[in-house]
Design a protein around this ligand. Structure first.
Ligand code: CUA
Length: 366
């Protein structure tokens, strides 16, 4: 029964698509993921050395046990123990060989540790913040991304990491980098990904409810695309406020805690709250000021029955906060004309065929 279900689970794996060799050693197979950073092969070398030397030793010891058990099996009821002799050669052999093996593992491991933990001096720095349950990446020019890191291919990248709340751990299997992210201190990892592509980041330190969803993507792009990204801040601000808010709702991870359909979450749902009374808060009702305050300083007023677990989103720009407020109004059926359009409404109505032009200067953001 159990065996049958295990077998059927095995058959559901991509083994058939990949072919036997591919399944065991291929890119998406059972074995290690592809080596997508310049230091990955060093980690794999240590791993393979330990794996195969232990396998050979284990098999050798097992064969020895079976052989000796067979050779010295009890052949008669009479008790005739043979005298035990000491063998200095044997004892030296089983002391020296393992010592050499352990020293090899130490030197290989130390070499890999040094080269993966000391970044090259020309590394580009990105600040990483882990918090329950998402990652924030901040570039030297102030560009902030959530759950997405865009970096140029072939460039050493140094990540300066810290946590806003509890222990997290930053793990990129394809780069073979993994490091704890700890509150109140910085930890560092670096990588150099020579190939363009998308690589998965996972949190690998149990950090609470949504730990298993705490992931991010590293997008390794060409140099030109990277400079374009830096110039535009990676964001698209030429959107009507409500649409911008809708994007931010997922990209800034509001959706982790706030539903938009009334279902309960870590924080209050956004459905049905616009205009609701909030006695004791600064503005008394859910309005623009209340929403702004709840984003920038969430602990100023905690809705009864909720844990007050929200981190401050004081890094959001005014445009972004207004976008989120507009989106909230839209969900609650209270959107104004300005919430859903970038241009004055009567102008938009006149130019139904053409896409409304973006007012000059709207795309420049300092
Ligand atoms: Cu963060 Cu697990």
């Amino acid at each position: 029964m159990l065996f049958a279900s295990m077998l059927s689970a095995l058959q559901d794996t991509p083994a058939q698509d990949l072919g036997r060799t591919e399944f065991f050693t291929g890119e998406n197979g059972l074995w290690l993921p592809p080596q997508s950073s310049t230091t990955a092969h060093e980690i794999d070398f240590v791993w393979n050395f330990i794996l195969w030397s232990s396998t050979i030793l284990t098999v050798g010891v097992a064969i020895g046990i079976v052989y000796l058990a067979w050779k010295y099996r009890r052949r008669s009821q009479a008790d005739r123990p043979a005298p035990v002799k000491e063998s200095p050669v044997l004892e030296l052999t089983w002391s020296i060989i393992p010592t050499i093996l352990v020293l090899i593992v130490f030197f290989l491991g130390f070499r890999a540790y040094v080269s993966t933990s000391i970044p090259p001096t020309d590394a580009y720095e990105v600040a990483v913040k882990g918090q329950s349950w998402f990652w924030t990446f901040e570039y030297p020019d102030g560009t902030v991304l959530q759950n997405e890191l865009v970096v140029p291919a072939g460039q050493p990248i140094k990540l300066v990491m810290t946590s806003q709340d509890v222990l997290h751990s930053f793990f990129v299997p394809e780069f073979r980098i993994k490091h704890d992210v700890v509150p109140n201190r910085y930890s560092f990892v670096w990588f150099n990904a020579p190939e363009e592509g998308v690589y998965q980041v996972v949190c690998t330190e149990y950090c609470g409810l949504d730990h298993s969803n705490m992931g991010a993507e590293i997008r390794v792009v060409g140099r030109d695309e990277f400079y374009t990204f830096l110039q535009t801040g990676g964001g698209d601000v030429n959107l009507p406020p409500a649409e911008l808010g809708a994007q931010l709702y997922t990209s800034r991870n509001c959706n982790t805690c706030h539903s938009i359909d009334g279902s309960p979450g870590t924080g209050p749902s956004w459905l049905g709250i616009w205009g609701e009374p909030r006695p004791g808060s600064e503005s008394g009702v859910v309005d623009d000021n209340y929403v702004r305050q709840s984003i920038v300083n969430p602990n100023a007023y905690i809705v009864e029955g909720y844990p007050g677990a929200m981190p401050a989103y004081d890094f959001l720009s005014d445009t972004e906060i207004r976008g989120l407020t507009a989106y909230m109004r839209q969900i609650n059926g209270a959107a104004t004309a300005a919430d859903t359009s970038l241009v004055p409404v009567d102008v938009a109505a006149d130019s139904t065929a053409a896409t409304p032009d973006v007012p000059a200067g709207a795309e420049t953001e300092e």
